[in-house]
Design a protein. Sequence first.
Length: 312
Amino acid sequence: MVLTPPASGASSEGPARTYHGRFAPSPSGPLHFGSLVAAVASWLDARAVGGRWSVRIEDVDAPRTVPGAADAILRVLEACALEWDGPVLRQSERGAIYDQALATLRAAGEIYRCRCTRREIADSALRGIEGVVYPGTCRDLGLASEVPGALRLRVPPGIVAFEDRLQGCIEQDVAREVGDFVLERRDGLHAYQLAVVVDDAEQGITDVVRGADLLASTPRQILLQRALGHATPRYLHFPIAVDARGEKLSKQSLAPALDLQSAAAALPAALAFLGQEVPAATNARELLAEAARRWDPARIERVAARPFALFG
């Protein structure tokens, strides 16, 4: 994957009536500082231009979903005055819609069934940008739908390029660096890449503001958007927060959870992490309102990750 600097003057400015952003947490545990940064950045980017901001619970991966985590995340957002527009979308309730997208791709010959196991792929493939590259073993076998396995997108050759508002021009040869990627898993669950593309299109998301750990996924999502005939949103990938060991602050790395009391207190730290001014304010609502008026994405450091210790 190749990155080049962004064009000067890149900003979030544009017609307020067309802007629709979103925050899409995974309910695999409580909200932590890294997720709060994502919520704050996407909220500010939307509110700075009078745009809409939606919340989507990305619980398509049922085995990783922790009971009660989604509602806990929503309560923390409320405590931080991060108010959203419209109903909360939950991926676990949208299986039929994802199946419709797969049917569209199947009719166009864009997907195929793959019976390869992870071990078989690991034994035969080269390393790519995020693990092994699928070698296309089942691409031309024409396996029937009854054969146990996954569904993969036929990735065309060539470079996928897009302009990230912070990271600049991103180029990736998805065929070489990833290969045909999974849209429906062997266990029948819909893959993240499919769900996020379908949901962004249906919700009319125009701008995606999220952590740079998802930067490498974006070319795959753009390919899928094209295959389904969907528009491509604008993207801004900000640096993720990492600990002293360089590990992403996440549920997997046991990042400290934010509760109803600590989350609002962490808002100034989130603003500072994003390079923004921290206004004087008496409460979270006032703080965010003023921060939205001062929001300047150009002040975010153009790196993939930044060290941070909220409770250090």
